[in-house]
Design a protein around this ligand. Structure first.
Ligand code: HEC
Ligand code: HEC
Length: 364
């Protein structure tokens, strides 16, 4: 039986398992729009974790420092020929995968913050929304590609651990990520007071970040957009067009659609919504001024894109609306009374806000 050595200190292990949990949360929450607040909150948490790990790679203890990793190709080739060679920290193949994972996660987080800012006008990169909103799809694709690259590297990492377990069960590699000890002849590590302080600060911050980000009023998620009080901005629009149904924000249809709707208010979805000509014209101008073409909002961008020049009479006729609501059950729409009753599910829509965090399906 070989000697037992202390290799992975508490911060290194805590970092590893927090990262596992946070990564699971972001991958699960990436699938649905209304989970975006959770996705971004834990994404920021991953950002702090990875920043900590990079600092730890320079200032941390032996074995966790990058310079203690056998990161060169000659050693990698040698290891491939003789995979039984013992390494107290990572073996050469694992070291390359670790560096790959750290770089890939860093780029994924950065592209995520950019996408969030450019697409939603929220968070640390929200100032890039106005100049770059037309590129929102490009940034989302870059972010997704990097996320898949990260997944691929994680799969390699897990594959490596499995092979290692098969080859050297006796070294206790998997157990070492829990206890910190490997059954290997090497010098045990100890943390300096500075390292303890650094780790405490960063890991506490990484634990707190998702919860701070989930609060409405933090710069991590704050929106560029404020609520619009249509009853103050344009009282007759708010009164007339909110009398029978949800006050639909003007940016949800193209100018041509509003002109068509306003041209035939006598036959408005089976109702007579006709107005005095002066008021009709004032409302039409307001709608056209703030139509989808003149908005940088995500919904406006995708509605226009999905219409490809068509000008339907209803938001619920746009391919974008249909696609976004395709997974919602008939039961939910019944509880909302009608699919056109947006405010049943989008609490602040009458103030121009279609926020992911405010989507609620009505309960029976
Ligand atoms: C007299 C009642 C009434 C008034 C006033 C009225 N509407 Fe409507 N509107 C309806 C009805 C009924 C529908 C069909 C959807 C529904 O059942 O809620 C509708 C639907 C719509 C839709 C399509 C909603 C969708 O499903 O995407 C738009 C857009 C719309 N109205 C705009 C306006 C605007 C703009 C004004 C103000 C000039 C206005 N409406 C005033 C009764 C009204
Ligand atoms: C029965 C509830 C319900 C009703 C009614 C409803 N929605 Fe939604 N809406 C949702 C849900 C849930 C989502 C999120 C879907 C997802 O997670 O991808 C959504 C998503 C959206 C989005 C995309 C949000 C984004 O960030 O991309 C827009 C825009 C939207 N709805 C507009 C409307 C409008 C306009 C109406 C009324 C004409 C409406 N919705 C009616 C439940 C509803």
């Amino acid at each position: 039986m070989e000697k037992r050595s202390y290799i992975w200190t508490v911060p290194t292990r805590l970092f590893h398992w927090l990262l596992v949990v946070y990564m699971a949360v972001v991958f699960i929450s990436s699938s649905e729009e209304h989970l975006l607040p959770i996705h971004t909150a834990f994404g920021y948490g991953i950002g702090l974790l990875i920043l900590f790990r990079i600092l730890w790679g320079f200032l941390g203890p032996r074995y966790s420092r990058f310079r203690d990793w056998p990161l060169n190709f000659r050693e990698l080739l040698h290891f491939m020929g003789d995979p039984k060679t013992p390494y107290p920290s990572h073996n050469p193949a694992a070291s390359f995968v670790m560096v790959g994972i750290i770089i890939s996660i860093t780029l994924t987080v950065i592209s995520g913050v950019l996408t969030y800012g450019i697409q939603e006008g929220r968070g640390l990169a929200s100032s890039l929304h106005s100049p770059l909103f037309k590129e929102m799809e490009l940034f989302e694709e870059i972010h997704e590609t990097l996320a898949y690259l990260t997944l691929f590297l994680i799969a390699l990492h897990i594959g490596g651990v499995v092979i290692d377990l098969l080859l050297h069960r006796e070294r206790g590699v998997l157990k070492s990520m829990v206890t910190g000890y490997k059954n290997i002849e090497a010098e045990s590590v100890e943390l300096t007071p500075f390292q303890k302080l650094l780790a405490t600060l960063f890991l506490t911050a990484a634990l707190a970040t998702p919860f701070v980000a989930l609060l409405n009023s933090s710069p991590l998620t704050e929106s560029l957009y404020e609520e619009e009080e249509y009853s103050l901005i344009h009282p007759s629009f708010a009164n007339e067009c909110g009398a029978c149904h949800t006050l639909y924000p003007p940016f949800l249809l193209p100018a041509g659609s509003w002109k068509r709707i306003m041209a035939d208010l006598e036959n408005h979805f089976g109702d007579d919504a006709s107005l005095e000509e002066e008021e009709r014209r004032a409302i039409e101008n307001f709608l056209v001024q703030r139509s989808a073409q003149n908005s940088t909002k995500e919904a406006a961008f995708y509605i226009l894109k999905s219409l490809q020049g068509r000008e339907p009479l209803a938001i619920t006729e746009t391919p974008f609306w249909k696609e976004k609501h395709s997974s919602i059950s008939q039961e939910s729409f019944k509880r909302a009374r009608s699919k056109s009753n947006c405010k049943a599910c989008h609490r602040n829509i009458e103030k121009g806000m279609i926020e992911d965090r405010e989507i609620r399906l009505p309960k029976g």
